[in-house]
Design a protein around this ligand. Structure first.
Ligand code: BG6
Length: 492
């Protein structure tokens, strides 16, 4: 199985925060992979920008080291690393002051008609400041675009302020709001599965589906991001963006076409149809948790409060929510959403649980009949499993067995699974906004999240405690078991 590489046109990618963690850990390794595959034309430039004083050589050396950490050795072969590093340049720019802007302008003058993408891998407080300055310096050409990442605000009002500040300089068609979950292979496969097959769509509604579970479980803690995380928590960090985006892709109507606005129009309708969770119903529909000391992937780990050095913290590291979508397709089908840090294992998956058969023709010896289930595994081991009842092979009468039709993408396609950023950065260069969030989508998501956050805050309760290395507080089990259902923790 080979993948198809379509080279993009020459471009300049300017990474603000170019010497920061995201750049070294994700962006530069992703660009390296695209370079290695021959997708970036010879004159494509990557310009790292930050306040630090650094020359091209030092930046290239630091990037070489980053690649050694974040790209497997057998993917750093031959001259690929050297030729990639030659694309890199570094300019010291003070985002809030005057230093460096003239140099940046001069560097961009050469090739001013080409696509120019500004990646703001910086603190969100700087989004507006940098955009304004880019405008004043005359760097926002018709072919310019800007890439920003979450957190886009911490509630609707602050998200609108960020969107206003960026939107004052860039048109919406030039703004790329990254949700890196949308760049994951299996997430895109969800669209292929739903809209490339006739099989699922007729069953994709409350007529055949009992409920949906969306799980994003991590084993890691806050990993040095405590300052940010303690002001955010699982609801804002994961549910507002990644989990709601997954919910949209499961629940949206088939768009007329795969273009950006057709897809985003449909996602927006889902967000607007979510039934509000407020001060009156939140206690039955939501659970928040916080991990205490327990077991991590490499042995014992401290509790969250210790990790962020805030003994009084009430920030949740776990959230479980029973969401409902009030429209014809989904009325009565609960979407159980769950995410947390320091859980038992790292797994992200979507479970579409179908209804039971209406009547069994089998006698008791045949064994239990399980309802069909479609499990879409995002990570690790990307793949899709469709659970079916079959006859146990061999003699002995009709005995039934529940087995998966199992498609592991790694086994089926023997290709390296690209990191989400590889796809997303190149989509920006190509000008394809399909996998990026539109302003109204981000704001609609906050409109649903804000009342939950407010209800939690007004209730003033501490999150339920759970030991690190488990599946969260027992209240989360109760949330789903009250409805006669169970979490699918063990991905079979
Ligand atoms: C980020 C969150 O958006 O996603 C992190 O801020 C989280 O807290 C991360 O760890 C998870 O991403 P992934 O790709 O590792 O599942």
């Amino acid at each position: 199985m080979t993948s198809r590489i379509i080279a993009v046109k020459p471009f300049d990618l300017i990474v603000f925060g170019g010497a920061g963690d995201l750049a070294y850990r994700k962006l530069l390794p992703a660009l390296y992979q695209r370079h290695r595959d021959g997708q970036i034309p010879p004159t494509g430039r990557i310009i790292g920008v930050s306040r630090r004083a650094m020359g091209d050589d030092e930046y290239r050396a630091a990037t070489r080291e980053a690649l050694e950490h974040h790209v497997p050795a057998d993917e750093r072969e031959g001259t690929a690393v050297d030729t990639f590093l030659r694309r890199l340049h570094f300019i010291s720019v003070d985002a809030k002051g005057d230093a460096g802007w003239r140099e940046l302008g001069a560097a961009l003058e050469e090739g001013k008609d080409r696509t120019r993408a500004f990646y703001l891998a910086v603190a969100p407080e700087l989004f507006g400041i940098i955009c304004e300055r880019l405008g004043q310096e005359g760097l926002v050409t018709p072919e310019a675009r800007v890439i920003i990442e979450k957190p886009i605000g911490r509630d609707l009002a602050s998200a609108c302020a960020v969107n206003d500040a960026v939107g004052a300089v860039f048109d919406e068609r030039q703004i790329y709001r990254i949700d890196h979950y949308l760049g994951k292979e299996t997430v895109q496969n969800l669209m292929a599965l739903r809209f490339g097959n006739a099989l699922f769509e007729p069953l994709w509604s409350n007529a055949a589906i009992d409920h949906v579970q969306i799980l994003v479980a991590e084993t890691l803690g806050v990993e040095g991001r405590g300052d940010y995380y303690d002001t955010a928590g699982a609801l804002r960090d994961m549910v507002q963006n990644h989990i709601l985006q997954l919910l949209c892709l499961v629940a949206m109507e088939p768009p007329g076409h795969m273009d950006a606005d057709s897809v985003r129009d449909e996602k927006l309708k889902v967000l607007r149809s979510l039934v509000p969770i407020t001060g009156t119903n939140f206690s039955a529909l939501t659970v928040r948790g916080q991990y205490r000391a327990g077991v991590g992937p490499d042995g014992s780990v401290p509790g969250y409060a210790n990790e962020v050095d805030n003994p009084d913290t009430k920030t949740e590291t776990f959230a479980a929510i029973k969401a409902e979508i009030a429209n014809w397709r989904w009325a009565g089908v609960p979407f159980y959403l769950r995410t947390g840090k320091r859980l038992s294992s790292r797994v992200s998956e979507i479970v579409v649980a179908f209804r039971s058969i209406p009547h069994s023709i089998f006698d008791a010896h045949a064994g239990a009949l399980e309802p069909n289930k479609l499990v879409i595994r995002l990570q690790p081991d990307e793949g899709v499993k469709l659970w079916l009842m079959i006859k146990d092979p061999g003699p002995g009468g009709m005995r039934l067995r529940y087995v998966p039709l199992d498609m592991s993408f790694a086994q089926a396609f023997k290709v390296r699974s690209p990191d989400a950023y590889e796809r997303l950065i190149l989509d920006v260069i190509r000008g394809n906004q399909t996998l990026f969030m539109r302003r109204d989508e981000v704001e609609a998501a906050w409109r649903w999240i804000d009342p939950i956050a407010d209800a939690w805050e007004e209730a003033g309760e501490a999150p339920k405690s759970y030991p690190a290395g488990t599946w969260g507080p027992s209240a989360s089990v109760a949330l789903i078991e009250r409805d006669g259902r169970t979490w699918q923790d063990e991905a079979e």
